[in-house]
Design a protein around this ligand. Structure first.
Ligand SMILES: *Cc1c(COP(=O)(O)O)cnc(C)c1O
Length: 428
């Protein structure tokens, strides 16, 4: 089976390979499937491993283009870490589960998409005998997942842009460790500046022909692998159809869940849990909301005033369908800290400040949400030791794969928040 893609702004007829390698459609829109495949979720869930389940689901999406053998090799190689579903017990949390998505090499859910996408791209570039440079704007976790996932792929260079001083020390360390084929740029501005610079570079005629591509969640290649852990949770709950709560920023994670559901995966609905960047919850609440400027919060990987993937959700669902399928909540920093403390005291579970936005949203909606509810845990708490300490009085223990980043060499350059500055880096 092979799925074709269309742009959210109109253009039709792109292959998966085109959509993956270009990231953004030529008309400036985002790629969405033109028609939805029909994977056999029931059969997929009988698989004994995550990667085998993933292969079965993704085969309906990409097998014809990627090839059966390459797809099997890539999913096995990329999705090689555990995905535990933990039941929160005690203190009124019965029926609430946490799906831990942070057991990959950079300790956030972004490893799923980045690792798989890197291998898909490497595969197509080998066939084409071409090279690309990936530009990534990151508010924290995307950059390290992409840098780690793509490092060492012969045909791919990576340039990372992150807002200087606006990511946590651990996040920064993960971004700037030296990696083959990866260059880190600390931008004197906000995440939105980084995102704008990347978009401008794509539109810049003088950079055309340089093989620029993206690995942000604007790339459909990141979203497809992110469908898989939703299915893994469904599998783990053995027939009880879950309601999903998704701590959200740029809305890539949520869009992946919606894509899985639209292509047949059972789900009772979704709750988009946002921090103070509340455009989407306001829209879902019935307001005629518009994008806002970005507000800084403790859950900085969710600090997105203008979520790119809204354009996808808007293209996939009518407004009434959107509001029926998805609810939204916005949680302040103060309530995030309280949430971390409450979960710890009531269940012993240590949540990071991104994940913690989820249970707080669930708590507020407890009366109306069906059980079971699955909260996606997007990062390991040890990535945010300062905030965890503030909430529960001690720092979480860092897993070895995190601690080892401090033993490595670093390389980073500071640049101003302009297209000129980025262009200078790309043409040298
Ligand atoms: C990226 C990220 C998010 C937000 O995910 P989106 O797909 O942008 O909505 C949430 N939590 C963590 C830890 C992240 O890294």
């Amino acid at each position: 089976m092979s799925i074709s893609y269309r742009s959210t702004r109109g253009e039709k007829g792109a292959s998966f390979e085109d959509a993956l390698l270009h990231g953004l459609a030529p008309d400036g829109g985002l790629y969405v499937p033109a028609e939805l495949p029909d994977p056999d979720f029931r059969a997929a869930m009988e698989a004994s491993s995550f990667h085998e389940m993933g292969r079965r689901i993704l085969s309906a999406w990409v097998e014809e283009e990627v090839g059966a053998e390459a797809l099997a090799r890539i999913t096995e190689d990329a999705l090689n870490f555990p995905v535990p579903l933990i039941s929160l017990d005690g203190g009124g949390w019965s029926g609430v589960h946490v799906l831990e998505l942070f057991h990959g090499p950079t300790l956030s859910f972004k490893d799923f998409g980045a690792r798989t996408m890197a291998r898909w791209m490497g595969h197509f570039l080998d066939v084409r005998d071409e090279k690309v440079t990936i530009l990534v704007a990151t508010s924290g976790d995307t950059g390290s997942a992409v840098a780690d996932g793509f490092a060492g792929q012969d045909r791919i260079d990576v340039v990372l842009l992150y807002p200087k001083g606006k990511v946590s020390p651990v996040q920064e360390r993960q971004l700037i460790v030296e990696r083959p084929g990866v260059r880190a740029l600390a931008v004197e501005g906000h995440f939105d500046d980084c995102q704008r610079m990347v978009k401008e570079a794509f539109m810049d005629p003088s950079l055309a022909g340089r093989g620029l591509s993206s690995a942000n969640s604007i790339n459909i290649g990141r979203l497809l692998p992110q469908m898989l852990y939703y299915a893994w949770a469904v599998r783990g709950l053995k027939g009880n159809v879950p309601f999903f709560c998704v701590p959200s920023g740029n809305l890539g994670n949520l869009t992946a869940g919606v894509l899985a559901h639209l292509s047949g995966m059972p789900a009772a609905g979704f709750l988009a849990a946002h921090n103070a960047n509340d455009f989407f919850p306001r829209l879902l609440g019935g307001e005629d909301a518009t994008f806002g400027s970005t507000v800084r919060t403790l859950s900085n990987a969710m600090d997105v005033g203008a979520p790119s993937n809204f354009e996808r959700l808007d293209a996939l669902l009518e407004r009434t369908q959107l509001r029926r399928l998805i609810r939204g909540e916005s949680v302040t920093d103060e309530d995030t800290i309280t949430s971390m403390r409450r979960i710890y005291e009531q269940t012993g579970y240590v949540a990071d400040p991104h994940t913690a936005v989820g249970p707080e949203a669930v708590r507020r909606r407890r009366d109306e949400l069906p059980e079971p509810t699955v909260v996606l845990s997007t990062a390991h708490p040890a990535k945010f030791p300062e905030t965890v300490h503030r909430a529960i009085g001690f720092e979480p223990e860092a897993p070895v794969r995190l601690a080892s980043f401090w033993d490595r060499d670093v390389a980073v350059e500071t640049v101003s928040p302009t297209l000129e500055a980025l262009r200078a880096q790309l043409v040298r």
